[in-house]
Design a protein around this ligand. Structure first.
Ligand SMILES: C[S@@+](CC[C@H](N)C(=O)[O-])C[C@H]1O[C@@H](n2cnc3c(N)ncnc32)[C@H](O)[C@@H]1O
Length: 235
């Protein structure tokens, strides 16, 4: 089975340059072919960040992704958990853009069927009947403010001590108003979280626990300012 080719030659060039940039970062070689073939909304250093969180993040339990689309971010995390068999990734998405089949094809192409379990339903519905510990939640679903808040309210209670909550499109690098406002207000150091940070368009927060592990921020110092500058020129 092959990966569907999507978009114009410009999209293909962008994917290839994303893959090349990832190769310059530690661990990036492992996800380069995913970035080269699967379209989506994820900068290369974000893919590397997700890879390391999935590979080396603390705690045991599943990874929950809210909003998988074609599987670009899902597959980066799957590459991270390959050597860590206790972790499964639940790819929760009602696929409002009709991407369910494409996600399944991409999972098969990258031989990640034993690592990723797609669930085709809205995130809060999935959370209602949830019964297992979660060590990482990546929120990248509906970007309306109320929806981002509902995702956080539904999933933070399932996070293990030391687990990580990530909200995409919530920083000045490719931010959206809904996730950005919610991350600014909710992902703060206090009773819920003992460490917070940003990389690319991702805001992250760590649940208090035994672990002092922090994710590496490869590429942030160079790529974040570059993307912000390019965005400023275009708008
Ligand atoms: C920005 S895309 C995700 C991009 C993806 N993470 C990537 O790496 O390319 C947003 C996705 O959220 C999904 N979505 C919309 N509402 C949702 C909800 N209530 N729960 C989970 N996913 C949702 C959409 O179907 C869409 O596929």
């Amino acid at each position: 089975m092959t990966v569907r080719r999507i978009g114009t030659w410009k999209d293909a060039v962008r994917r290839a340059s994303d893959a090349a940039i990832a190769c310059l970062l530690p661990g990036g070689l492992s996800i380069a072919s995913i970035l080269a073939h699967v379209d989506g909304y994820l900068f290369p250093h974000e893919g590397v960040f997700l890879y390391w969180l999935a590979r080396s993040g603390p705690g045991s339990g599943s990874i929950v992704e809210i909003g998988s689309f074609r599987g670009r971010s899902t597959l980066c995390m799957a590459e991270g958990v390959r050597g860590r068999r206790e972790t499964r990734i639940f790819a929760i998405d009602p696929h409002v853009y009709g991407t369910a089949d494409e996600l399944r094809e991409n999972i098969a192409h990258f031989d990640a069927g034993s690592l990723i379990e797609p669930r085709v339903l809205p995130s809060v519905d999935a959370a209602r009947s949830w019964g297992e510990p979660v060590r990482l939640v990546f929120v990248d679903g509906n970007h309306e403010r109320a929806s981002v808040e509902a995702d956080i309210d539904a999933w933070v209670p399932h996070l293990v001590p030391g687990g990580f909550l990530l909200v995409h499109d919530s920083t000045s690098v490719s931010g959206h108003p809904g996730p950005t406002e919610v991350a600014r207000e909710r992902l703060r150091i206090g009773p819920l979280f003992d460490a917070v940070g940003q990389l690319g368009a991702i805001t992250w927060a760590r649940r208090p626990g035994a672990s002092s592990w922090l994710p590496p921020a490869y590429g942030k110092a160079i790529l974040d300012p570059c993307i912000r500058t390019l965005k400023g020129r275009r708008s």
